[in-house]
Design a protein around this ligand. Sequence first.
Ligand code: GLC
Length: 467
Amino acid sequence: MNNHKTVLAAAWQQLEKAIVNHEGRPVGTVAALDTGPTALNYDQIFTRDFFVSAVAFLLNDRFEIVKNFLSVTADLQSIDKSMDCFKAGRGLMPASFKTVEKNGKERLIADFGELAIGRVTPVDSSLWWLLLLRLYVNFSSDREFVVQEKIQKTMKAVLDLYLVGHFELIPTLLVPDGAFMIDRRMGMYGHPLDVEVLFYAGLRASREMLALHPTEENKNYMKEVDHRTGHLAYHIRTYYWLDKDRLDNILTYETEEFGTDTRNKYNLYAASIPDWAPAWVGGNGGYFAGNIGPGRMDFRFLTLGNLLAIMTSLADDDQQQKILNLIEHQWDSLAAGMPMKACYPALEGLEWHLITGADPKNSPWSYHNGGSWPFLLWLVAAATVSTDKKFLAKRALDTAATKLLTNDWPEYFDGKDGSQVGKESRKLQVWTIAGYIAAHKLMENPEKAALLSFEHETGGAGCPLKV
Ligand code: GLC
């Protein structure tokens, strides 16, 4: 614990330095303090990265910076965003923003993907925003903030964009590659778990926030949100789920089935089950697959989505237990030298070449492709502190603490065992720092995890069909 004390004090020192002020008020934290020779956009405030800082601040009763962040990003949402004159939907939130001086005046400029490497769209930003709004209210009890017209409008603009009807007959969002934390081409296009679970979290958060101001209009939104939440929950719990039974089912599935009475709705082929999967899942493990679509299940394990599914109660009790069993038994593949891998396993060989576009930054067992991301520590703690697997969070923190401090808080680690500092990793990466602080605080005050999590939902029944 002494060791943690030193590490924690150092972490706070850096987090304070990372704070960005706008018009004299703190509005966020930069992505990295040490931006190296080319800052790229690491000197900006990222919405997804700030979420982790925000959790650290909220857990320590620092509400103002979170409130200001929510407010300035609400302002940014309402500006026109376009690339080659083509406009994005109004509800989109920036991936990142920063303050600039122009004619002696301080202004904020934002990137909605039109400036980003590869021009990737931040589908996750608006959803993190909704979830953060709820956390801010839960921690601060400042309900007045939500009732303000600007915040109401912002929330509804997000819902209008995310609840709009689309081509598919499923409740998940159709998402392009690179649209979330994994913001490069990694074969995540379709319905990637991380975004879909975040969508569920965003909907549940918005439901609670709408209920604080129950006008007729808001009640109508609540109905729509309930409807979508029920279907989404059913869909993810049913079709993404993988454990021994489901794998056995896939092995015995009929294929090429047409019509209503089909077990194998996605026409999955037994031969697509990777060799590693059955033994890796074992008899008492389970997880939500990375993606599902016609003729394709992506068997990769995505850590953020699975942990968030526990925190939000999207995973039912049995599923929660099985995901935690899996993390415990597969600790060496998912955490090892630095918790936790963003995804497992890595894409290698021809698969890597074709799927990533031969991306050298995402070479096997590096960065998003099987690299280890210590910012996920907060989520390990949030998902486990109230369960009998709390020791996993302790193990994760004990593994990470000294390594993070002595290596200057790297953005990510490389290698199958997560033992090397990432080859292009930034130092003094702020969500690494904040992730450690938040995890530590949650371990000390496990009762606070209740303010982050959701009860099992009782609303929309989804659908009675069984696979
Ligand atoms: C990288 C990461 C992304 C993160 C950003 C800022 O682009 O892939 O997830 O938000 O850096 O830290």
